[in-house]
Design a protein around this ligand. Structure first.
Ligand code: DDH
Length: 292
């Protein structure tokens, strides 16, 4: 009798492209949800899965996808991300071989690229970890604070001022929900398209404190429909942050380039280099490029 040989499936780049394509499908099937796309909330999931990294202890980051476990799943900063995790669960059913860390970061890459953003170099290699590897609360930024807080949070991940500002431009996408963070509204008029409008609006609009019983936030004086968090507004107040924010407001190509690099780094935080299956990150194709 022949012995059963267990053959391990080794996925190639084209297999990850299939996962990417499945995510595209689900993002587009959002119906009435928010602005008609799950893209922004998928970007937020990828970011919160990665932004827990602490370079001193080497803990946190996207490697183990510990947001699957309580209490990390229930951290206030992660409110509402169950929606994104549930969507990704649908993808995982079809491609059970992919790790959660790879899946969630790929979701972020896919969402950014499909919403007209820059290409985000990405490679697989993250592994599923255990609840004991979950990170303590307080590693993600608190929107009510200022420049010192931003620096202490992002320097801990290994980023500098320029990268803090570049990454913050992700708020071109999506919106705040009163039932998730307590804040309310979108940052731009096109919350499902990656543009440098976030930076432009920061400088071009007049921002006033919103009069309401909710948490302290700003609204644009002209329409009263857009918002900025205290941590967004500080990018125009702090001298070092302001220099970069102004440069990105003036030059979308420059921001795309810097945003792509910083996001690619962000999504790899906490992953030991030897775990990656390829020495160089890949550039996956957008849906549109594959139709050409
Ligand atoms: Fe953010 N973010 N973020 N953010 N974020 C929120 C939503 C979204 C902060 C606070 C909030 C980044 C940085 C910061 C996205 C991406 C990124 C919300 C609203 C709050 C609050 C949540 C809700 O109510 O649904 C703070 C503070 C910071 C900071 O200090 C720098 C970064 C670096 C990214 C990134 O992706 C690189 C996205 C996308 C959203 C919209 C989500 C949605 O559902 O829409």
């Amino acid at each position: 009798q022949a012995a059963k040989v267990a053959t391990k499936f080794t996925p190639a780049q084209e297999d990850y492209q299939k996962v990417y394509n499945k995510i595209v499908q689900l993002v587009e099937d959002a119906g009435d949800y928010d602005d008609g796309s799950y893209g922004p909330v998928l970007v937020r999931l990828a970011w919160h899965a990665s932004g827990t990294y602490d370079k001193e202890t080497g803990t946190g980051g996207s490697n183990y996808a510990t947001m699957r476990f309580e209490p990390e799943a229930k951290h206030g900063a992660n409110n509402g991300l169950n929606i994104a995790r549930d969507i990704m669960e649908g993808v995982k059913k079809e491609f059970p071989w992919i790790s959660y860390g790879d899946l969630w970061t790929l979701g972020g890459v896919c969402a950014i690229q499909e919403m007209s953003g820059p290409k985000i170099p990405w490679r697989p290699g993250r592994i599923d970890g255990f609840a004991t590897e979950a990170t303590p609360d307080g590693r993600l930024p608190d929107a009510s604070q200022g420049a010192d807080h931003l620096r202490s949070i992002f320097y801990r991940m290994g980023f500098n001022d320029q990268e803090i500002v570049a990454l913050s431009g992700a708020h071109a996408l999506g919106r705040c929900h009163t039932d998730r963070s307590g804040f309310d509204g979108p940052w731009t008029f096109s919350p499902t398209t990656v543009t440098n409008d976030y930076f432009k609006l920061l400088f071009d609009e007049r921002w006033i404190w919103k009069k309401w019983s909710g948490p302290k936030q700003l609204v644009d004086k002209k329409t009263g429909t857009l918002m900025m968090l205290p941590t967004d507004y500080v990018l125009t107040q702090d001298k070092s942050f302001k220099k970069f924010a102004k440069a990105y407001a003036d030059d979308q190509d420059l921001w795309f380039k810097d945003f792509s690099k910083a996001v690619s780094t962000l999504f790899e935080l906490g992953v030991p280099t030897q775990q990656f299956v390829s020495s160089e990150p890949w550039i996956l194709k957008t849906k549109e490029e594959q139709e050409e």
